[in-house]
Ligand binder design. Structure first.
Ligand code: PEP
Ligand code: MG
Length: 568
């Protein structure tokens, strides 16, 4: 059994298909003169651009804009005169085209690989992909085509590059296993977007597996089993079938209102990071969008998306949900969300530093551009604006002032927008909990960000495994905070939602219902399971359970109690 990082839950069972490294040895290529080599390089670059643009187009339709942008990023990189200039210089110094590509891309890879930041390190994978594909073109080798694999294939590769995955679709293969890549790597993002069970960062897996071996991928637990014994295989098949049956049972809840057993209706929205995610939420019959993490529009690229590009994305999501609410969160950068070209300085405590609304309020131009794009898109749907990481009223005041200025600009230009667009705040800091009554007087809605709220209340970094035992919403401190926030919102007459991961935790659903949460916002794949769970609770039973749970003094007691009593 091999252990890695579970990047997309689900069980995949199938036959291994190894994606081998291509033979990129070019030692046999002799230098044919600078002009000839430069011409070969230019030809290969043109072929690369044509092929990659076509792949990006395919990807855009199948997976989403963001993933297509990763590929277009490679085209951009190769069209950068600085990079091609360096390659031509290498040729002038006597290297063949292959050597020039190898040397220059190698330099960029070393540069990206040496930085600490995970997102930046991912770019080394992109440059490697670019280098290998350029070399293959120069050496006349075929690219791996993953679009023709059988449905029971389990892909085993050192790393999955964006270009390799262009042909994959939801359900097209049984699973993915790679040797490298973390939870935020491109392979992980792609696997989740396509709901393919995936385990990444499994050291030595490529050498441990042969083509055709039976492989089990347990994406939930992050486990890979190669040639499992019959009994183990049968057990996994049974679990996979049960999961699939569970999924099929859920179709009953498709396109149904979200109601408790005794008929109280709540809203069930989806969390998205792209236009493609919005389609997945609509497909799962989500009733709107409770969190659009707009930072994904800003990531994995070399420069800011301009107003038009942002407008197009917000408008596309608004159109996906014509009569439904779509909550767009303004840029949440900093902390663990680095966007290198924004030039944020390295900080000792980035989670306590210059991030989210703090950053936007200092970069007024950038903030105004985003607000303008959201306002323009508000003419096409029911958009709401939400501010991340609010800690004091001044932040809400400053954001509102800027919003009013942008509205006045649009009025002057005669551009239509929703004049009554609601402005809400995320409650994800202890400060915001403590002044929730004051915030509720001025905010149009609350959404509880339990991922950050938990880490700040418990003073436990959400990415640090050593303090993971503290970082759980079962902590009585967190549960009390959630109850307090909902109460403060309701006293002021504003709706309260939750868009942190806790909203999708089946054990917490009865508590959240009893606290009076108005809106649950969860990932697309959690929409139907959450609707089913909500339908299993009545106010009375949720009340009884909550009373018991809120009297328990520790997180482990809360969790154990819920595990035995919160199963309807
Ligand atoms: C949260 O903090 O709960 C949240 C929803 O925002 P993010 O996970 O993007 O920080
Ligand atoms: Mg957050």
């Amino acid at each position: 059994m091999y252990k890695g990082i579970g990047a997309c839950a689900g069980i995949g069972i199938g036959r291994a298909v190894l994606v081998r490294q291509a033979d990129l040895d070019y030692s046999h290529v002799t230098f044919a003169g600078a002009e000839t080599e430069k011409a070969r390089l230019a030809q290969a670059a043109a072929a690369f651009t044509e092929k990659t643009t076509a792949m990006a187009e395919q990807m855009k339709q199948r997976v989403g804009e963001h993933q297509a942008e990763i590929l277009m990023g490679q085209v951009m990189m190769l069209s950068d005169p600085f990079m091609t200039g360096q390659m031509n210089d290498a040729i002038d110094q006597g290297q063949c085209a292959e050597g020039a590509v190898d040397t220059v891309c190698g330099m960029y890879m070393d540069m990206f690989a040496s930085v600490e930041d995970e997102m930046m390190r991912q770019r080394a994978t992109d440059v490697k992909d670019l280098k290998e594909r350029l070399l293959k073109i120069l050496l006349g080798q075929e690219d791996v085509d993953l679009s023709a694999l059988p449905a029971d294939a389990v892909l085993v590769a050192r790393d999955l590059t964006p270009s390799m995955t262009a042909g994959l679709r939801r359900g097209s293969i049984a699973g993915i296993v790679t040797e490298v890549g973390g939870a935020t790597s491109h392979s992980a993002i792609l696997a989740r977007a396509m709901e393919l069970p995936a385990v990444l960062s499994v050291p030595g897996i490529v050498d441990a597996v042969q083509d055709g071996d039976c492989v089990v991928v347990d994406g939930g637990e992050g486990l890979v089993l190669v040639k499992p014994e019959d009994g183990v295989l049968l057990a996994y098949q049974a679990r996979r079938d049960a999961l699939l049956r569970e999924r099929a049972d859920l179709t009953h809840y498709h396109n149904q209102p979200t109601r408790t057993e005794d008929g109280r209706q709540v809203q069930l929205f989806g969390n998205i990071g792209s236009v493609a995610d919005a389609a997945a939420v609509a497909e799962a019959s989500g009733e709107g969008v409770g969190l659009f993490r707009t930072e994904f529009l800003f990531m994995d690229r070399a420069a800011l998306p301009d107003e038009e590009e942002q407008f197009a994305a917000y408008q596309a999501v608004a159109r996906q949900f014509p009569d439904r609410e779509v909550i767009i969160r303004t840029l949440d950068v900093g902390g663990d969300k680095d966007i290198p070209y924004l030039g944020l300085e390295r900080e000792d405590n980035p989670f306590l530093g210059f991030r989210a609304v703090r950053y936007c309020l200092k970069r007024e131009e950038l903030f105004a551009t985003q607000l303008r794009a959201i306002l323009r898109a508000s003419a096409f749907g029911k958009l709401k604006i939400m501010l991340p990481l609010v800690t004091c009223l001044d932040e809400l005041h400053s954001a509102r002032t800027l919003l009013e200025q942008v509205k006045a600009d649009l009025d002057r230009a005669g551009i239509p927008y929703d004049k009554a667009i609601p402005l809400g705040v995320m409650i994800e800091t202890p400060a915001a909990v403590l002044i929730a009554d004051l915030l509720a007087r001025e905010a149009d809605f609350f959404s509880i960000g339990t991922n950050d709220l938990t880490q700040y209340i418990m003073a436990a970094d959400r990415g640090n495994a050593n303090v993971a035992y503290l970082n759980t919403p079962f902590q009585p401190a967190v549960l009390r905070a959630i109850r307090q926030i909902i109460c403060a919102g309701h006293q002021a007459g504003i709706p309260v939602g939750m868009c942190g991961e806790a909203a999708a935790d089946p054990l917490l659903i009865p508590l959240l219902l009893d606290f009076g949460l108005d809106e649950f916002s969860v990932g697309a794949s959690a929409i139907l399971p959450t609707r089913k769970r909500i339908a299993q609770w009545s106010a009375q039973r949720a009340r009884q359970l909550t009373e018991e749970v809120m009297a328990l003094p520790t997180a482990s007691q809360v969790q154990t109690y819920l595990k035995t009593h919160a199963q309807p």
